[in-house]
Ligand binder design. Structure first.
Ligand SMILES: *Cc1c(COP(=O)(O)O)cnc(C)c1O
Length: 378
């Protein structure tokens, strides 16, 4: 139970809650699915959603997929990458797995304390004659230093594929985030700021690679009697596309609500001793407020992240240690000797707690969570 008698947290406050459109809007699309009788395989709603996505992201080509992970994994395959790929371990399992499952070797670059994205000053020392690409992550929707990454990639002839899973709707100045790199993967998982239940998309500029990705997402099938590539099945179905069409209409409004939630947390927590929040690398970034991470310095607070996590859970508030552990520390990689020294990533991973964050989170509940945190750290 909470210390604030006006807020009842007995049912629990979870780290996220999926955005759902008004049910009747979704039902309208279901009617269209029933009328046509097409459930998947690039049906009419898939095509409508794809066009809306292109407009929204401001790109020429963008391919929806069954989830973000398959989009990323098959994009690496579509670029025919073989060798070492520079990435960061401060991410979700998907990023590192996508590289390894393509037979490539991840090389881990450290991150910046300010925003947890790849530290571009540490990229070049990791480049060898085996390096083929950089796969950076726009962590929590905060953009990487895209200008520096582009400069380094061009200088060394490397491809850049962004894990933009968190960054749907993010802009750098005038430009949408998908304008950078050779490709960007977005995730539309239920827990993300924008969802299609499960789903994702890849924006990419090279039409030939896009065609290959399109084929790889459908078993590598070229024609009824011709299968040219060892592809997978990563198609987005009509029900997911319908969800995307509905949620896209409410996206801007949802981000405004998220912004209010984030700013409320920030006003109350960011100035506490030993608590830190992140800052984007440029001042003209339009954020999507995907997550609300805070970083607890045990040396200053006396209490650490794990203590706070347990304390909040005891009050039915369920935060997440996102991202902990680092992907390089996963059990499945325990016998692999990865190259790369990442002390900052390790430190941030030990301090991070992502707080409940979703469009409909009431500000009273945010206050209640902040009260608990402030009391606890006192
Ligand atoms: C969610 C996520 C993915 C994978 O997306 P799915 O749609 O769940 O497959 C990849 N990378 C990061 C950083 C993510 O958070």
């Amino acid at each position: 139970m909470s210390t604030n008698k006006f807020v009842d947290t007995r049912e629990g406050i979870f780290v996220t809650k999926p955005s759902l459109p008004p049910l009747d809007e979704y039902v309208e699309y279901l009617r269209r699915i029933w009328d046509k009788g097409i459930l998947t395989n690039m049906g009419p709603l898939h095509e409508e959603f794809r066009e809306k996505l292109n407009d929204f992201l401001g790109v020429e080509i963008c391919l929806p997929s069954c989830n973000g992970h398959m989009g990323l994994e098959l994009t690496i395959q579509a670029f025919e990458l073989k060798g070492e790929i520079i990435t960061t371990p401060y991410t979700f399992a998907s990023t590192t797995h996508a590289i390894v499952r393509n037979g490539c070797t991840p090389v881990f670059c450290d991150i910046r304390e300010e925003d947890c994205t790849m530290d571009t000053e540490k990229i070049e020392e990791l480049i060898t004659d085996k390096t083929v690409a950089i796969v950076p992550v726009h962590v929590y929707g905060l953009p990487c230093n895209v200008e520096e990454i582009e400069r380094i990639a061009q200088k060394h002839g490397l491809k850049v594929i962004y894990d933009a899973a968190h960054a749907f709707g993010v802009r750098i100045g005038e430009k949408g985030i998908a304008a950078y790199g050779d490709a960007s993967m977005f995730s539309f998982h239920a827990t993300k700021a924008f969802n299609t239940i499960e789903g994702g998309c890849v924006a990419l500029s090279d039409a030939k690679r896009a065609m290959r990705l399109y084929q790889l997402e459908n078993f590598g099938i070229m024609g009824e009697e011709q299968v040219s590539f060892t592809g997978a099945n990563a198609k987005m179905n009509e029900f997911e596309a319908a969800m995307g069409l509905c949620n896209l209409k409410h996206f801007a409004e949802n981000i405004e609500k998220r912004k209010k939630v984030y700013e409320h947390y920030s006003n109350r927590l960011s100035k506490l001793d030993g608590v830190r929040m992140l800052t984007p690398y440029r001042s003209d970034i339009i954020r999507n407020y995907s997550y609300c991470p805070i970083f607890i310095d045990k040396n200053i607070c006396g209490m650490g992240r794990d203590d706070l996590y347990t304390y909040l859970a005891a009050h039915n508030i369920y935060s997440r240690k996102y991202f902990y552990p680092l992907t390089s520390q996963f059990e499945c990689y325990k016998d692999v000797d990865f190259r790369g020294y990442t002390p900052v990533a390790e430190k941030m991973s030990g301090q991070v707690l992502t707080l409940p964050m979703y469009a409909d989170l009431e500000l009273e509940k945010v206050d209640c969570i902040c009260d608990l945190i402030i009391d606890f750290l006192k």
